[in-house]
Design a protein around this ligand. Structure first.
Ligand SMILES: [Zn+2]
Length: 157
């Protein structure tokens, strides 16, 4: 079958930095097709109508991917206020600029200061998304209600 609205699709994919060609991420992902915000809209548009074994390559400008960096999400806090056991590369949650909970990545610990960044690690980058369709099936009513795919490379809960 071909990918259409409410298809449960599994892809093998690779994300590279469009500017440098550096590989950034890859693997398998299962998603619910049809505007459920599981994938970038531009990638979904390229996958519409494809079948198992077919590939797509999509160039994503910064605004089509994770968006521009927001420097208001870069913080420095005293190490004394820092929960014990969190290291560089770890994450913690705190209030964002609008007071909503925000995930911050620990980017650096320098002296008595901890440097945090609430931006997505791939924000501010143009990306290339290469993928191959490995499975297509109709989604179940439960998957459509949950707005994501279950089992395999999808959600487990
Ligand atoms: Zn679910």
């Amino acid at each position: 079958m071909n990918i259409s609205k409410d298809s449960a699709v599994t892809l093998s994919y690779r994300i590279t930095d469009a500017a440098t060609g550096k590989p950034l991420d890859g693997g398998h992902v299962a998603y619910l097709h049809g505007g459920y915000d599981n994938l970038f809209p531009k990638v979904e548009a390229a996958l519409e109508g494809l079948a198992v074994g077919q590939s797509a390559s999509v160039d994503l400008a910064v605004e089509d991917a994770f968006g521009a960096r927001d420097e208001a999400l870069v913080r420095t806090i005293p190490k004394s206020e820092f929960p014990p056991g969190v290291k560089v590369g770890g994450q913690l949650q705190g209030p964002g600029p609008d007071g909503q909970p925000q995930v911050f990545h620990v980017v650096k610990i320098k002296g008595s200061e901890v440097h945090l960044d609430g931006n997505h690690p791939l924000a501010g980058r143009a990306l290339r998304f290469d993928c191959k369709v490995t499975e297509v099936r109709p989604a179940s009513a439960e998957e459509i209600a949950h707005r994501h795919v279950h089992g395999g490379h999808g959600h487990h809960h």
